[in-house]
Design a protein around this ligand. Structure first.
Ligand code: FPP
Length: 259
């Protein structure tokens, strides 16, 4: 990752006019259950349709020159769903990688799965490690799949690692700042998201990228995830382009106007 991508302010400024297009888009893939219910189908078929929407959206994002896409596939809270649904959700990465990993590898996509490995089956962990290894050399497009991921858990684990380093004399409390802390998160290899999209009409983050969302623009769309596609992503990008990003500062024009 280019150094400027790490810092949202420097990144956007250095990219100038390009800043009207997000470098990194993150999506809460929500609404599979409702999509299925409306059709009188089991929820599992909503999740499978969600995988198809993911495929469409990855292609659309790459075509729209987005470089980083992070999608929320399974949260640390999703374990509380009925066992049969959890099993169906656990099968989705396999379904996706079996059909798409060869093409993703060929098309220059680097795949990373962020989140806890603890709790996942050995077979799933191996599948994830293989997908990551197969695409590790790619740099054209970065796809992060948040799976068994929780923003709070990620922050707590980063804090615990730092506390252990201090206890072992490998770090001093004063070494901790926003940059060093962000470097401990599971998303440390990615720039912060510029845009977080949530379809399905719900308007909350649901424990997704809590630290990383500090200066992200949020866009909520009234479409269920299985229906999501290029036109919805394009609409989200248009909303983003109309937003004024100030990162807590004021715009130069406003400074002049204030005298
Ligand atoms: C939330 O919708 C969605 C999920 C918990 C699963 C999201 C997963 C996918 C879309 C496929 C992911 C693919 C991979 C490769 C991991 P919901 O079921 O809570 O919908 P509802 O709010 O309408 O009930």
């Amino acid at each position: 990752m280019a150094a400027q991508d790490k810092n949202p302010t420097a990144g956007a400024q250095a990219r100038g006019a390009e800043a009207s297009r997000p470098l990194h888009v993150a999506i809460v893939m929500d609404g599979n259950g409702r999509w299925a219910k409306r059709r009188g189908l089991p929820r599992s078929l909503g999740h499978r349709a969600g995988v198809e929407a993911l495929k469409r959206t990855v292609s659309a994002a790459a075509e729209m020159n987005i470089r980083w896409l992070t999608v929320y596939g399974f949260s640390t809270e999703n374990w509380s769903r009925p066992a049969a649904e959890v099993a169906e959700l656990m099968a989705l990465p396999k379904r996706y990688f079996e059909s798409d990993i060869a093409r993703l590898e060929r098309e220059g996509v680097r795949v990373r799965v962020v989140g806890r490995r603890q709790g996942l089956s050995g077979e799933l962990v191996k599948l994830i490690e293989d997908a990551q290894a197969r695409t590790a050399h790619n740099d054209a497009f970065h796809l992060n799949i948040a799976f068994n991921y929780g923003g709070q858990a990620d922050i707590v684990e980063a804090a615990r690692r730092f506390a252990e380093d201090v206890a072992l004399g490998r770090a001093r409390p004063e070494d901790l700042n926003e940059q060093t802390f962000a470097g401990q998160l599971s998303t440390a290899d990615s720039p912060p998201p510029d845009l977080i999209v949530r379809p399905s009409g719900e308007q909350r983050l649901s424990n997704f990228l809590l630290w990383e969302a500090a200066y992200a623009e949020l866009v909520f769309q009234d479409v269920l995830w299985p229906d999501y596609g290029a036109e919805h992503l394009k609409a989200a990008l248009e909303i983003f382009a109309g937003r004024e990003r100030r990162y807590g500062a004021v715009l130069a024009d406003d400074v002049l106007a204030a005298g």
